[in-house]
Write a protein of this length. Structure first.
Length: 104
């Protein structure tokens, strides 16, 4: 028995994969990933800027974020969000961001 149509399916899957990659690759702005809907549903703040402005951290640049003590950031996240860790919050925001991009 010969199965036909596999080449067509393979081409369609490749095209879908390329479209997904175009939708989600490249840098993402914080206010896009941590949009107001995400912040309102998951934190005590309406946007990511308020989240950091009310934190004990000085956030003036990307470097400031990179140099934050992760344990202290996790404590702040646990106290002010539905998440226990910053990494969990980022992952959840990322998943929602990708889903939203793919549904456009």
């Amino acid at each position: 028995m010969k199965i036909t149509g596999l080449n067509n399916i393979e081409k369609q899957l490749k095209k879908i994969s390329e479209n997904v990659k175009k939708q989600v690759e490249g840098p993402v702005r914080f206010d896009e990933m941590f949009n107001t809907t995400f912040m309102n549903e998951n934190t005590d703040f309406g946007n990511i800027n308020d989240f950091f402005e009310n934190s004990p951290f000085e956030m003036k640049s990307q470097l400031d974020l990179e140099n934050i003590n992760e344990r202290e950031l996790d404590d702040y996240v646990a106290a002010n969000t539905k998440f226990k860790l910053w990494s969990e919050m980022k992952q959840a925001a990322g998943v929602i961001y990708v889903k939203n991009k793919l549904n456009k």
